[in-house]
Design a binder for this molecule. Structure first.
Ligand code: FES
Ligand code: FES
Length: 140
């Protein structure tokens, strides 16, 4: 019961106090921006990552215009990906997010939005880096 209660509070706190809300400077070369929408409901999520010289996600921010489950999903995801490599972060599945937050089946697409957002942020970061390859510029 103690464990169940602790878990419950952790989940609720993502709804009530979302972590890492905000923006990173979109034009920074070490920032990747993912902007995705859910066709099912029209909700929109923006997720940004900052990647350090070792290819590790050092900072994450999000803004979600959507339901509570979408906000909780993005909040959970930001905490989950901080400190991960891009490869590790790209493998996170919406089913993990949904399970962690106890999302009901009708809310599965809300966690899908978070999975799409991190993938899209990683893609954006990678395409920016490959577009800016210059002599002396060390790629990760
Ligand atoms: Fe409490 Fe899922 S058991 S939120
Ligand atoms: Fe669409 Fe949650 S209801 S993102």
């Amino acid at each position: 019961p103690v464990l169940a209660r602790a878990y419950h509070e952790k989940v609720i706190s993502h709804y009530e106090k979302p972590r890492n809300v905000g923006s990173l400077p979109k034009n920074d070369i070490d920032v990747g921006t993912g902007l995705v929408g859910a066709p099912a409901c029209g909700d929109v999520m923006k997720l940004q990552i900052r990647v350090d010289a070792e290819g590790i996600i050092s900072d994450v921010k999000f803004k979600t215009f959507g339901c509570g489950s979408a906000i909780a999903s993005s909040s959970y995801l930001t905490e989950r990906v901080k400190g991960l490599s891009l490869e590790e972060a790209g493998k996170i599945k919406n089913t993990e997010i949904a399970k962690e937050l106890c999302l009901p089946p009708v809310k599965l697409h809300c966690s899908m939005l978070a999975e799409d957002a991190i993938r899209s942020a990683i893609r954006d970061y990678r395409s920016k880096r490959s577009a800016s390859k210059q002599p002396g510029f060390v790629d990760v």
